[in-house]
Design a protein around this ligand. Structure first.
Ligand code: NCD
Ligand code: ZN
Length: 337
């Protein structure tokens, strides 16, 4: 196949940031995606209805001209939220995002102790209101084991709150793929970079700051497990880029910030991966239909044609260096309608 048409592509885990960075990155996603689930880890985090509404407006201003792009908003999880509070902003958000305290960029105000009884009132209210919970599932253990260690917490949350949809964000391990099968209410997003790289690509040779992210890329067998469910578009997995832009100086420095910037190349890379594995017929489900079903959303019409034509990845978008900067990818965006 030399051309692929994708309808209503969705990115169900995206960092758009704010201010100048927002102005640079938001139009790139709005160009090729019908919608994206926008993460709330701003400084300060998005924790009120006013903050959600104001942030959504800043995003819409930044993507002016792309009326066919919907920013699906999230609220930064806090165990102090009660049902009345959540009910008020039910229609302004698609999900809550839970971060363990201090585990990644701007997550200091996250959950410090996974004590189910402390979390119960908020999680029960979310179950009753039908608000999904997105989770950054890492403990503060040894970096390669953090996600696997978190599986017991996912299992507890899934069994204690059977009516709560729980999305394991940016899964990177075989253990997470296996857990998906055990609980009906567990789902997952998978990034494009975790389908491509392992820890070897990050730190096996010279250190590659632009491939450093949380959760860190894992072992070849983990990548194989992710590829397996993504390529057959398992109905409980969906694409979430976790595209996480940081300015070049914050990446190419001592104390490199975590995050891989993939938004403008995500569809081209996915097309290449699915093509190389003879699975292009499943790309539509992975990048759109599964998310529509899991979240019950109906995005605006958009049709993106990808063509088998070399695409030279720019060295920079604004101050941000993308994954594979300066390299040539085999697929390009042909047209967007
Ligand atoms: C993200 C960021 O920079 O906001 N970083 C990352 O490495 N993925 C936060 C996150 O999703 O962990
Ligand atoms: Zn993220």
């Amino acid at each position: 196949m030399n051309g692929v048409i994708l309808s209503m592509p969705l990115d169900m885990h995206l960092h758009l940031r704010d201010h100048e960075m927002l102005e640079v990155v938001a139009p790139l996603t709005a160009h090729t995606f019908s919608g994206a689930l926008v993460m709330p880890n701003l400084v300060p985090p998005v924790k009120t209805r006013d903050a959600v509404i104001a942030y959504r407006k800043r995003i819409l201003d930044a993507v002016e001209g792309h009326n066919d792009f919907e920013p699906y908003m999230t609220l930064f999880f806090d165990a102090s939220y009660d049902k009345a509070f959540l009910q008020e902003l039910r229609d302004d958000i698609l999900a809550l995002k839970l971060y363990p305290a201090g585990i990644t960029t701007n997550s200091q105000g996250g959950v410090a102790h996974f004590d189910i009884e402390t979390l119960r009132p908020t999680l029960e209210a979310m179950s009753e209101l039908g608000i999904p919970l997105c989770v950054h599932g890492e403990t503060n253990g040894f970096v390669m084991e953090r996600e696997t260690e978190f599986m017991t917490i996912y299992a507890r949350l899934a069994s204690e709150f059977p009516n709560l949809k729980i999305i394991m964000e940016h899964i990177t391990t075989q253990a997470a793929v296996e857990l998906l099968e055990l609980y009906e209410n567990l789902y997952a997003t998978i990034t494009v970079h975790h389908l491509l790289i392992t820890l070897d690509d990050v730190a096996g040779g010279l250190m590659q700051p632009h491939l450093f992210c949380k959760p860190i890329a894992k072992r070849p067998q983990d990548r194989a497990a992710l590829l397996d469910v993504a390529l057959r578009a398992h109905p409980k997995v969906m694409f979430g880029s976790d595209s996480a832009p940081h300015p070049q100086h914050a990446k190419e420095s001592c104390g490199c910030a975590a995050g891989v910037f993939t938004a403008p190349i995500a569809l081209q890379l996915l097309c290449d991966i699915f093509d190389r594995h003879d699975a292009l017929e499943n790309l539509q489900a992975f990048v759109s239909t599964n998310a529509e079903n899991i979240y019950g959303i109906c995005p605006a019409f958009k049709e993106v044609t990808l063509i088998r034509q070399p695409f030279l990845v720019p060295e920079k978008y604004g101050s941000v260096v993308p994954m594979y900067a300066g390299q040539t990818l085999p697929w390009s965006i042909g047209s967007v309608q």
